[in-house]
Design a protein around this ligand. Structure first.
Ligand SMILES: [Zn+2]
Length: 248
């Protein structure tokens, strides 16, 4: 018995840790709240999403998207919107969508509920005041969702959107590898994760910029259109009348 107890205890700690990991980190988990990780598959379209900006590289990404007439969704970090307000405005002016990606890119797992709430609320205000558009979608840093996160996003009517395809552009890999990572997995309804900024402020997104034309061409060669994220989410969850610019 003496021997078994520690083993049992270790086992249940491991199980609790696994459950916590699944509930908070596994990008597709629905345990704590509704989470979209793939869009509708009946439109033969995918959505491109960019996290952690705006940054100077965002401008290059906007140039590529514009040249290819493709639209995307940018999950912005409030602190970076304060640093690059003009770039945030350009994202919206060029017809792209915006989402809330926290104020300073913490993991919500290690925060008090009030801090998580403040991160999300503050970023809503910064994005709305800077761009004139109030986000309707949120994506938590590292994909980590906690009960406090869902409490805050529900209060602000924010839909949580993760991804099913990643370019893994946060790793040190070539543009071709980033494009291959996306094209190998993309299918109708896919939500593709890329980065136009770096939460640690270390890496430029040159490789992502170079990968983007390869990704757009590769998707279109497979007859996959590139659509705004809102077109891939169920219509009742995304009320287009609320997207109206708040300062118009
Ligand atoms: Zn991020």
């Amino acid at each position: 018995m003496r021997l078994e107890l520690p083993i049992l205890a270790t086992g249940s700690v491991a199980m609790a840790a696994a459950a916590l990991y699944y509930a908070t980190v596994a990008v597709r988990s629905q345990w704590l709240g509704r989470t979209y990780w793939r869009g509708r598959g009946d439109r033969n379209a995918v959505a491109l999403t960019f996290d952690d900006g705006p940054s100077p590289d965002t401008e290059r990404i906007l140039d590529v998207l514009g040249a290819h007439e493709a639209s995307a969704t940018f999950f912005m970090v409030g602190r970076e919107v304060e640093s690059f307000p003009g770039i945030a405005q350009r994202v919206l002016a060029e017809g792209h969508e915006v989402g809330n990606h926290s104020y300073s890119h913490p993991s919500y797992l290690f925060q008090r509920a009030s801090e998580t709430d403040a991160q999300i609320r503050h970023t809503q205000s910064i994005i709305a005041e800077t761009t004139g558009v109030r986000p309707q979608m949120a994506r938590p840093p590292y994909g980590v969702r906690t009960p406090a996160y869902f409490l805050a996003t529900r209060a602000l009517d924010l839909q949580t959107v993760q991804w099913d395809v990643a370019g893994f552009d946060w790793k040190r890999i070539t543009a071709q590898r980033i494009a291959d990572n996306v094209l190998r997995k993309a299918q109708p309804g896919s939500i593709i994760l890329l980065h136009d900024g770096d939460s640690a402020g270390k890496n430029a997104r040159k490789n992502t910029v170079e990968a983007l034309p390869l990704i757009i061409r590769g998707l279109r060669d497979r007859d996959l259109q590139i659509a705004p994220l809102s077109r891939l989410l169920p219509e009742k969850t995304y009320n287009l009348t609320k997207v109206k610019r708040i300062h118009d």
